[in-house]
Design a protein around this ligand. Structure first.
Ligand code: HEM
Length: 479
């Protein structure tokens, strides 16, 4: 690259930064206290995480809805609003073009990033596959093998050596192996800790984080300019996406070479009707995102809570006795375990918030007006902390709140939109629960997990799914 181009690029980035600083200093966009606190990050003086500040704002708002004008975003924790956005007026609240362009380089035209016909096609195909009983049995087989052949040996060696292990890292490797085997029939062997985390997984993490950071920018102008100039975080994002593309394409090439018509994985099903290689790459990346970080995050939070509440682990073990779970029905019979996992995701949902875009001017059920083009976000993390929804004991980790006479009772999905709800409800919920519950039960039976770092709240890093910034360092003791 010639030096005059580099100088020009730097000059443009500096000018953009100065323009942004002037706007911040003069607070030209909006002078309300919430917007000021957002723009100059003043919220950081009282809150560790952005989601905790949003929770505080939503708890204080009588309508449980706030408007952050500088990012043209309405955020709500009101279940009626959530139902209205996700079901009643679904067509007026699509993902929308701004979201697609923020995540477009990474997620392409995959299911998470599209509306309309392309979304309908992928949802139908994936929905049919994921609902098949044989596929569920296959998923259980994959999870069971990964636990016995890799997870337990890893935990055994950690407990013998009395060393500290990062459980978040272990769970992310575990769920990466599972989703790759299940979705593409490929085994990346990430959980063999002797191997470095594959270059692909590291690039995947980076692309996910940098894409999420785009969404937090006060103006999209900055990241667009950086992308155009190919500098800074945008350059790193382009390289990370190139690594992800290369592996996805290799998976497709191998599938074509060895045939896919008799395979049981999801990708093979898609390949029977899709030949466009880029589209197949997008499908692969989106399923990885769906099934890897979410499950890893759910497990990390569960063990963060379980380590502080040994009585919950004891009740899970008492209920399960010595039964070895061999099918989904047996798993469903473990009501207390099911309640404990739901309760842990109430407090720490893997997807902390989710945004849509308003197509035409609208009014939410709580009376909040929403202008065309506004970003509308529902916030499961804050919703788990609202007294009207969960009662005065909302801050307690209490699986019993999900049980009536010992039987697990499902909550209204708009009060608990951890798996979203309505027309685009998560397609992998059953599978995710199966995976999380299998790991939770097996590890609790064999080991006691002790936190090394006993801070009062987890610190999250920005990303599409909740990620513990410093991992979850623990000691592992054999029971
Ligand atoms: C604890 C684990 C999981 C949680 C909390 C979760 C949560 C969610 C949420 C909140 C959404 C909506 C996201 C959005 O529209 O932006 C979603 C969508 C989706 N999830 Fe999950 N998920 C989990 C695991 C999985 C797994 C394991 C799979 C696949 C095997 C999966 C497949 C999907 C798919 C395909 C969609 C897109 C649905 C659509 O747009 O129509 N999920 N999930």
């Amino acid at each position: 690259m010639d030096s005059s181009f580099i100088l020009l690029s730097l000059a443009i980035v500096i000018i953009l930064n100065i323009a942004l600083m002037i706007t911040r200093l003069t607070r030209a966009w909006c002078s309300c206290t919430i917007c000021q606190a957002y723009v100059d990050s003043r919220w950081r003086s009282r809150f560790t995480n952005l989601c905790d500040w949003y929770t505080h704002l939503l708890q204080a708002s009588p309508s449980r809805t706030v408007h952050i004008h500088v990012i043209n975003s309405v955020i709500t924790a009101d279940p009626d609003n959530v139902e209205y956005i996700l079901k009643t007026r679904f067509h007026n609240f699509p993902k929308g073009k701004p979201f697609s362009s923020i995540l477009g380089d990474f997620l392409g035209r995959g299911i998470f990033n599209v509306d309309g016909d392309s979304w309908r096609f992928q949802r139908k195909m994936a929905g049919l596959e994921l609902a098949r009983v044989s596929l569920r049995a296959y998923a259980l087989e994959v999870v069971d093998q990964e636990i016995r052949r890799r997870l337990l040996p890893v935990m055994e060696s950690v407990s013998r050596e009395r060393g500290v292990v990062d459980l978040q890292d272990v769970f992310r490797r575990f769920s990466f192996d599972c989703i790759c085997r299940f979705s593409f029939g490929l085994d990346p062997r990430c959980l063999e800790l002797s191997l470095p985390l594959s270059e692909f997984a590291a690039s995947f993490d980076l692309a996910s984080r940098l894409s999420a950071e785009r969404a937090m920018a006060v103006s999209p102008l900055l990241w667009r300019a950086k992308r155009w100039l190919d500098v800074g975080s945008e350059r790193r994002l382009r390289r990370a996406v190139a690594d992800v593309d290369a592996l996805a394409k290799e998976v497709i090439r191998q599938r074509r070479r060895f045939g896919f018509s008799d395979r049981r994985d999801l990708l093979s099903r898609f390949m029977e009707s899709v030949s466009d290689e880029t589209y197949l790459r997008d499908i692969i990346v989106n399923f990885l995102l769906a099934g890897r970080d979410t499950v890893g995050s759910a497990l990390t939070s569960f063990f963060w809570l379980a380590a502080r509440h040994p009585e919950v682990g004891a009740s899970i073990l008492e209920e399960a006795g010595n039964t070895r779970i061999t099918n989904c029905e047996e798993m469903r019979g473990l009501h207390y375990l099911h309640a404990a996992i739901h309760e842990s995701m109430r407090m720490f949902p893997p997807v902390q918030f989710d945004s849509k875009f308003c197509l035409e001017d609208d009014v939410l059920p709580d009376g909040s007006p929403v202008k065309k083009g506004t970003r509308v976000t529902y916030h499961p993390y804050a919703m788990g902390r609202i007294e009207e929804i969960w009662g005065p004991d909302w801050s307690e980790f209490k699986p019993e709140r999900w049980l009536r006479d010992g039987v697990f009772c499902q909550e209204n999905p708009y009060k608990y939109p951890v798996f979203q709800g309505g027309v685009r409800v998560c397609l992998g919920k059953e599978m995710a629960l199966l995976e999380v519950e299998s790991v939770a039960l097996t590890l609790l039976r064999e080991y006691r997990v002790e936190l090394v770092d006993y801070r009062p709240v987890p610190v999250f890093s920005p990303g599409l799914t909740a990620t513990y910034r410093d991992g979850l360092p623990v000691l592992v003791h054999r029971r």
